[in-house]
Design a protein around this ligand. Sequence first.
Ligand code: ATP
Ligand code: MG
Ligand code: MG
Length: 548
Amino acid sequence: TAEAGRDFIRDIVQADLSSHKHNRIVTRFPPEPNGYLHIGHAKSIALNFGIAREFGGQCNLRFDDTNPTKEEQEYIDSIQADVHWLGYDWGNNLFYASDYFERLYDWAEGLIKAGYAYVDDQSQEEIRTSRGTLTEPGKNSPFRDRSVDENLDLFRRMKAGEFSNGARVLRARIDMAAGNINLRDPVLYRILHAHHPRTGDKWSIYPSYDYAHGQSDAIEGITHSICTLEFEDHRPLYEWLLDKLPVPSKPRQYEMARLNLTYTLLSKRVLTQLVRDGHVSGWDDPRMPTIAGLKRRGVPPAAVREFIKRIGVAKANSVVDVGMLEFCIREELNRTALRRMAVLRPLKVVIENYPEGQVEEIEAINHPDNPEAGTRKIAFGRELYIERDDFMENPPKKFFRLSPGTEVRLRYAYFIKCTGVIKDAAGEVVELRATYDPATKGGNAPDGRKVKATMHWLPAAQSKPAEIRIYNQLFANPSPNAADFAADLNPQSLEVLSDARVEPAIAEGNSPDPMQFERQGYFVRDADSRPDKLVFNRTIGLRDTFAK
Ligand code: ATP
Ligand code: MG
Ligand code: MG
């Protein structure tokens, strides 16, 4: 919980500027294009781009595209769109780690020549088991003491594509007994005969994350390289490589807590699996914690930014209550969303004393706190729809909405009183009969009598049919198990209401902005919506209903 501009990373940046350690700050957001961005990435985006903006520096968007088997152009495109949607811009500073492949390779030869790297013929499995454990030192590879000439020859032949995938790797030659396992001769290059979206078939070896990342930072003149806490143990390796290589600058790595959210899994592996296995309709399914999913759901980018600001930047991992994100979404939408009426589960009401064929226009306000948002007209006539849940034939004591004999207010319109109930053969209520009091137009009775409920409604003829999709948490478990996430999925995460009705103003307008459907929550037109088949997503309900 930091106020804007005050967290330990911004403090470091400020101190480095004040001391003239740096005169200009350069940060970067370095996604691997192997999936869509999620709200955890938004934390990193807001921090890196935010720092650049606040301190007059620069933030690069760098694609960490070093693993061609998992990376796709679709992800590169979506990542750019999502960063823009969040309200950040990299200007001309768009980079790809693959642009540095040549230089990284030359530097690797330099490491070999200096005796700091060797080609290892052990299998991946042998390398893993000989690496040791926290309590046991690792064992030197039998290939560790190869001559520089042999290493160079083998590495060049790896590059030339002479060997099959996995046959050899290039390892840094550091210390197999180091307390930090990351320093036990980490892999720098693997053989991978794979087509790369940008470098094509030029390379049959690809650099590891640890080798590519810090050197890319150095090439770009990054001053503060911010990553998540899992990389704290990689920092000594990050620094070792910068120390041994002729890099043009010496960035420093800082670690912050990852964002974790209740009821949510923020792992690209899991999110990819959810899409591939069809548990969701795609990366932009409104139940997904992806930026694309939040966008489709109707979450305003300002709400995401406010959420990120509120959670702050800490140095210890924690789990944030998803209710906090929902709070930020409600706050923003309450302020900005126009009010409309929609009936999710319609029940017809015939106003028996309202003249047949007559229609009048009722004026409704668009935003209670913003008179400039203006008003609109809604037709009122003899046949209306009300919400099915707003009627009970045999109500319990505290039920103040409509029931036989009771009187309620229809929002902006009149008092009505229920005079009859019509049922189908199965005994289900299919229609109500009512009377209205013409003297209550606008919602108040001249004789001063009160009603206890104000209900939303729509005219039967003029309202439009719509499908409304209600989303609940994708996972039923507050801390879903990433290893077996399918078991924790919420079977009620999507509820489709196919007989809903919406105001003509909603149907006719083509606004992509979320609206408040009065008494129901916030809704937005879905990408699937067509003029002849309207579809709306519920962004969020009006109140926190699930966490109680
Ligand atoms: P995953 O672990 O889901 O695969 P990742 O960290 O590997 O995600 P990248 O594309 O490498 O995904 O992430 C780009 C940047 O976003 C990195 O700097 C990473 O630290 C940051 N990031 C990723 N997830 C989170 C998160 N949950 N909270 C904060 N920052 C994150
Ligand atoms: Mg990563
Ligand atoms: Mg990862």
